[in-house]
Structures are given as C-alpha cells and as structure tokens.
Ligand binder design. Sequence first.
Ligand code: MBD
Ligand code: FE
Length: 283
Amino acid sequence: MTTAEHSPTAAGSGASATESFRAGRRDHVAADVPPERVSAVVGAVLAGVHDAIREHEVSYAEFQAAKQWLIDVGEGGEWPLFLDVFVEHVVEDVAARSQQGTKGSILGPYYLPDQRKLPAVADLPARPDEQGTPLVFTGQVRDTSGNPIAGAELDLWHADSEGYYSGFAPGIPEGNLRGVIVADNQGRFQIHTIKPSPYQIPTDGPTGKLITAAGWHPWRPAHLHLLVRAPGHRTITTQLYFEGGEWLDSDVAEATKPELVLDLRPHGDGALRADYDFVLEPA
Ligand code: MBD
Ligand code: FE
C-alpha cells in the first residue's frame, strides 16, 4: 500500500507531462474559434477572477504571489498536471452530455500513445519483480445494441504499487504497465496485471504547494486508465476504480463516478479478479 510518508518528487511525475503533451501529434491549436466565442468564454473566466478578487478583497501581495505561482507552474512544466487535476473533470462532464454507453472520465496527464499490442488474453508488460497484488481484469466490449465488438482495442495504462507511471517517473522501464489489448472475436479480454496504488500529486512542485497552502489533500484513488475503441464507434476515455478504495469519495481530481467502481473478488493465491463490460456507441 502507498502510505502518506511517500513523497514523490515533481521531477518524478508532473513535470515530464509537459514534454509529453508537446510531443503528442494531436492538434492543440483551435484555429477556427470565432471571436464571439473567444470573447464569451475568456470574458466569463476573467469575470470569475474579478468577482473572486472583489468578494475576498484580494490584496496586492496576494496578487503578486498568484503571479509568481503561475510563472512557477509553467517553469515547472506542471500545466498539464494542474489542469487535468482541477479542470478536466468539468470538460469531461460537458462532453458526457452527448455520450451513450460506458461512462467516461478524464484522460489525465500520463497517457502515452503507440504502446505494445497484446492479444485478448495477456499479461500487461511488468518488471520481473513487479510489486503489488496480482489482478485479473476480464470483460467484454459490446455496442449499444448488445452485440459483441470483435477486435475492439483496450488501450490500458496504470500506476505501479507505489503510484508511479512509466514514462514519467524515473527508473521504470519504458512501456511498463501499459499496453493495447485486442479483444477476441467475441469482444472478450482477460488481462493479468497488478492492482495500482493511489496516486499522490507530487508535494514539492507548484501544484503540490498550492494544495498544501489550501489545506487540501493531494490524493487520487487507485485507478486504471482506459481508452476503448473500435472502428465505427466513438472512443471512450475512462477510468476504473476499486471498491472500498481509499480516496474514492474525495478524489482531488473529482473524476470518480459510481458506475466506474470495480467489484473485486478473490482469485486464489492472494490475487484479485475484476470484471467489467464496456459499451461503445456508434461514431
Ligand atoms: C493521475 O494519475 C491522473 O489520472 C490524473 C487525472 C491527474 C494526475 C495524475
Ligand atoms: Fe492516473
């Protein structure tokens, strides 16, 4: 179990997420937003800031401290971490208004594309001495009419038993606890991995310092990240949590949903088993 004495460093997670975001081949420039919309949205954001300043009588010293903190977040490379923890859940809520099928959740800062393809029954890549409770994760991918989707892909990534992600925390082999599982001709899969630990936002970076300054806690409950996709279907970005898990009711990223909590059953030899079926809507 991850414990509170753990002190992940900013270098060990949030900072490398900026590099990864920049390297993504996604189109990060929304070139075709009309000025009316820019004005409406940015105007509303600024009005919210102005209201907070008036309501709380923010001082010059506080304004300058805020400016310094914003500079530090950028220099520390923590904008993806900060925004995905404190803002993305609302963007996801809005996107979810038009989504059928399995509930979505936030992507977060630690996705990496192009991971190893794995067959429907597979071990997720792990170190020979990977710590943590063995977990067998099984299920089926279906469409909204209940038909199995043969060959659906589950792009899965999760933290290790210390709450660290490969590709971001130092010292973990590339691709560890990441993979793209291709479901069988019945849309079924069976993945062998370990149960991740809760994730703690690094306490030594600007995001962590803000959390400490506000008296909040820096934890996310243990979770699996998934993109579930199939040709002709809308890709689902989601996370799955574990029943009874610590921080489930107080996720700092506010990204849990009751429909996304896995039941765990004993699977022999101390291992755990969880079943989850995914439903994809047409694209
Ligand atoms: C995570 O592991 C995560 O999933 C999110 C959303 C933010 C920070 C760390
Ligand atoms: Fe995560």
